[in-house]
Design a protein around this ligand. Structure first.
Ligand SMILES: Nc1ncnc2c1ncn2[C@@H]1O[C@H](COP(=O)(O)OP(=O)(O)OP(=O)(O)O)[C@@H](O)[C@H]1O
Length: 288
C-alpha cells in the first residue's frame, strides 16, 4: 500500500512542549483521523506535514519527496483546510476564485462552480461573512477544484451543527471514492471517525500512541468488567488502565484476544469506542 505522507523519528521542541520521535504514515486512498486531547501536538504535527514549521530532526516525506527542492510541486497537490481561517475575508467567493485560480496549475473552474452550487455557497457574499460551516465547505471546494491529491484538515467539524457536520463527512467520504485522493484530518469528535475513518493516528503528550487501521484497533481494544477478586498483578498487566469500585472493576485492554482466552467465563467484554480508548489511555498517562 502506497504511503502519501511518511514521518520518521520527527522531533520538534518548544519551550514547554515537544513532539517526541514521531513516526507514522498516511495511506493513499483512505481517510486517516488524527485524534488526541487538547495540547497533544496535533496542530504542530500538521504544520510540520505542511512545511509551515521545520522539524529539529527526523524526516518528512510527502508524495515520496522531502520538501527540499519540491516545495511548489508538493503544495500544488495539497489542500489544507483550517477551521478558523478566513481566507480573503473581504472578497466575495466570486472574486476570491479569480485571485486564487492562477496560483494552481490544475485549477478547474467548472468543478468549482459545481461545488459552489451543490453546497449552496453564496457567490456574492463576502467570505468573512460566511458561517463557520460554509467557510469549511468553501475550503474543501477549493481543494477539490485544484484537484488536490491530499486533503489535510485541522478540526473541520468542530463547532458545527450536526447537519453541516454530516454534510462535510459525506463530502470527505466522497473524495476518497476514486482511491486516488487521500484525506487526513484532526478532530476531537471521535464519533466522526467511527463513521468515516479507515485509519486512526492517536497522539498524546507529543508521542504517537498508535497509528493503525480502525479494524485492528476495534479488534484489540475492549472494555472488560468483572469482580475485583480477579485482579492479581498478572491480570492487571493486561490492561491499559483499570478503574475499581466496591462492586467490581472496569478496565480497558489492548489485548482483547488474550483476555478472552484467560477470563472469558468470568468477565463481560464489549468493544471499546474511540472515546473510551482516548479517555483511558490519557488517564493512564496522567497517572504516571
Ligand atoms: N509557537 C509555539 N511556541 C511555543 N509553544 C507552542 C507553540 N505552538 C504550540 N505550542 C504548544 O505546543 C503544545 C501542542 O500544541 P498543538 O496546537 O500542537 O496541540 P493540539 O493537539 O493541536 O491541541 P488542540 O486540540 O487544543 O488544538 C501546546 O502546549 C502549545 O501551547
Amino acid at each position: 500500500m502506497e504511503d502519501v505522507v511518511t514521518l520518521q523519528h520527527v522531533n520538534k521542541a518548544y519551550k514547554d512542549f515537544a513532539l517526541k520521535d514521531i513516526s507514522f504514515s498516511v495511506k493513499k486512498g483512505y481517510i486517516t483521523g488524527f485524534i488526541g486531547p487538547n495540547g497533544a501536538g496535533k496542530t504542530t504535527t500538521i504544520k510540520l506535514m505542511l512545511n509551515l514549521l521545520e522539524a529539529d530532526s527526523g524526516s518528512i516525506n510527502v508524495f515520496g519527496h522531502n520538501y527540499l527542492g519540491h516545495v511548489n510541486d508538493i503544495k500544488q497537490r495539497i489542500g489544507f483546510i483550517y477551521a478558523d481561517h478566513h481566507l480573503y475575508g473581504h472578497l466575495t467567493i466570486e472574486k476570491m476564485k479569480r485571485v486564487l485560480a492562477p496560483f494552481y496549475k490544475n485549477w478547474d473552474d467548472q468543478v468549482f462552480a459545481e461545488y459552489v452550487e451543490r453546497l449552496q455557497l453564496p457567490w456574492t457574499k463576502k467570505i468573512g461573512h460566511l458561517s463557520k460551516g460554509m467557510g469549511t465547505k468553501l475550503s474543501i471546494a477549493i481543494a477539490l477544484s485544484h484537484h488536490a491529491d491530499l486533503i489535510i484538515l485541522d478540526e473541520p467539524t468542530s463547532g458545527l451543527d450536526p447537519i453541516s457536520r454530516r454534510e462535510i463527512l459525506e463530502l470527505l467520504t466522497e473524495v476518497i471514492q476514486d482511491e486516488e485522493k487521500t484525506v487526513f484530518f484532526s478532530t476531537h469528535i471521535t464519533t466522526d471517525l467511527e463513521q468515516i475513518a479507515d485509519y486512526i493516528t492517536f497522539i498524546d503528550q507529543g508521542s504517537i500512541v498508535f497509528s493503525e487501521s480502525k479494524e485492528s484497533i476495534t479488534e484489540r481494544y475492549y472494555l472488560v468488567r468483572g469482580a475485583n477478586e480477579l485482579l492479581d498483578k498478572d491480570i492487571r498487566s493486561l490492561f491499559v488502565q483499570v478503574r475499581q469500585t466496591s462492586v467490581g472493576f472496569e478496565g480497558l485492554t489492548n489485548q482483547a484476544e488474550l483476555v478472552r482466552r484467560l477470563m472469558e467465563d468470568h468477565v463481560v467484554m464489549e468493544r471499546a469506542s474511540l472515546e473510551d480508548i482516548m479517555v483511558y489511555t490519557v488517564g493512564k498517562r496522567k497517572e504516571e
